[in-house]
Design a protein around this ligand. Sequence first.
Ligand code: GLC
Length: 801
Amino acid sequence: MSEENFEFLGDLISYKREGNDVLLICGVPQVRLSLLTPDIVRVRATKNGKFELDYSWAVIKTEWPKVEYTLKDRGSYLEILTDRLLIRVNKSPCRLSFFYPSGELVNEDFPPFGIGWQGERVKCWKTMPYDEHYFGFGEKSGPLNKRRKRMVMWNTGSYGFDWETDPLHKSIPFFIGIKDGKAYGIFFDNTYKTVFDMGFTSEEYYSFEAEGGELNYYFFLGPEVRRILESFTELTGRMPIPPKWSLGHHQCRYSYYPASRVLEIADRFRKEGIPADAIWLDIHYMDGFEVFTWDKRRFPDPKKLISKLREKGFKVVVIIDPGIKASYNSKIYQEGILNDYFCKYRTGEIYYGKLWPGICAFPDFTDENVRRWWGDLHRDLIKIGVEGIWNDMNEPTIQSRDLRTMDPDVIHFDRGLRTPHAKNHNVYGLLECQATYEGLLRMNPNKRPFILSRAGYAGIQRYAAVWTGDNTANWEHLALQIPMLLNLGLSGVPFVGCDIGGFIGTPSPELLVRWYQIGVFVPFCRNHTNKRSYDQEPWMFGDYYKDIIRRYLKLRYRLIPYLYTCFYEHWKKGYPIMRPLLFEFQDDRNTYNIQDEFLVGDSLLIAPIIKEAINHRLVYLPKGIWIDYWTHSPYEGPCYIEVEAPLDKVPIFVKAGSIIPMQPDMDHIDQKPVDPLILDVYPSKELSKYTLYEDDGLTLNYRKGQYCLTNFSCIEKNGEIEFTVKAREGNYSPPRRSFWIQFNNVNFKPKEVLLNQIKLDKASSFNKLRKTVKRWFYDSSQRTVYVKIPDNGLKQHIKLS
Ligand code: GLC
């Protein structure tokens, strides 16, 4: 689309200061700048002088405190200055630029175009510095760094997508730009089909545009990526802490049936000693694929099945698709018709489209009454013990050859505005998840819901974990999952995963192993495969592969206290759990294109093998000391190193100074109380700190302060190591237990270990130490000191010398 056909924003004629807002009047068109904080500004522009009704499905925070700022007219431009941000409004023509107060430019409208309209279309152009790089954009295929990419936001079911496929299932019109280590963020909150052209068309500018709606974006100054994410998730919400079991290993396939097969799978996990927490039921559990029904032949007594599974430590998650079969035998369909709950054309005719059960009608989730009804439909499932809901096909996908979704002119209630599907399409899945989430909460007001969604819009993290849809069992897909998941994390969505092993086709045993070696470090860890593909449970390819997979799943389960604390960190600050290196090292330009390594939290760097028949790779280690998890060799970054990675090994590096909380092996997450709580410590010469988060894992009591934080710190100096546990904070008390502290890479032969200045006895062997407390043991071959002490919730101090 050529720029000549646009009407661009003209000259600034006058302006008004209105509290936190500055209104820019440019003839008929107007721009409203709203300072939400000293470094977040919202920009809205209208062509006809009338702003749209102001609401957003994504934004949850709309009240902001007063911001102090000065507004000065400098003749040819206006200057708006807070204590963190300087906005310059050029008058002729009206163009915006954002600076640090020092005068350093951060981002500016591309002077020739700025903001423009073409019919209903709205567009904004920004100058694109030659060395600026772009990340985020929700779920996108292709490389981590989106410079030179053109991306469309239009939720689309994409069976077997590849590196180039666009759009995919989710639309999160948010990105982070980084230049010279300094970042800013832009959230274009417009739900119409949106296009981001990040230098695909031009080397001079990038642009974002939508087919309709208002030009409405938020600018976040940064310069820290983490600060931008904190602000973006303050605006659009964070994920509440999920039920702890959902961090476990999930087993799915399309589909497990009958009931006896489901039990067989559960029993096999326990027999094999392979940890797992949930079994998923795909569409064949339903009667003719009709949602909220059971196939009574395959599942004669679902309640009994679920309770038998519960005894074995398994939760059950069931799939729900949004289509309701248009059949007068269906009570739900009748209710929907009677109450006017379905999406319709302007003429009043119901919209029908094809989904698994045949011709279906589709609930209009933009209507609050429909959301309530939908949420309540889950009652019977929840009553018999279903623990999680899997919202699939909610782009929405219609199984037709042409549009693959509803007609754009189908009407949605949309707060009584009755707007077209074109406006509501991208939020359909978000609102379905909201309906489900709120319904589950109404049924069990103190229990954390668990929902997995395929579609989403900005804010989806408030309700659901997400996965990347129908990937393929090949090496290209394994590689592309990493940047996809990393960019989702940079878009505010922490609980992300992909089908381990690949959905379409059958992985080779080697591919399945390599996939698990990534999957166990990915927040949402689920093995899933297609209807006709070969079974791919961890034991399917024989003992050699099974043993490796088991070893990695066990490692994940040991890491649960660490992973769970990452979820707490997200809830508090909006940070991702699976992080690109640039999240921690944004000053390091090398990290902008690293998409075959990632961090889990800030302590673990994973450098997986993503190619066939490869048993070594180059690893980039950013600044700092990194310790090879397997050999304990230290490396000083920034550096590239070559590491061996035979099939049973994924290279893992631990940041020096890390204190990693772990738990003993478990078959499933709540199998037994955590005792001892293991602290895997990598002492460093600089003081390092870690805060462990714990709660009951299941209820919402943590929101009322029922959780506890334990602060640990460690330093190595002058041939001594000092380790401190601070007194536990908070209202939750974990069950009685001891601490098993493992000091790695101890550079001296310790003569004594003091606990609160009193000498501890030495255990005669490692095994003896396991059976006692208040003892220590030194393994000279590993240079590791193990110390076991009771966890009394009080301050304790350990000194190794
Ligand atoms: C969709 C989902 C897939 C599921 C299948 C059947 O393709 O993405 O995960 O197994 O539908 O429900």
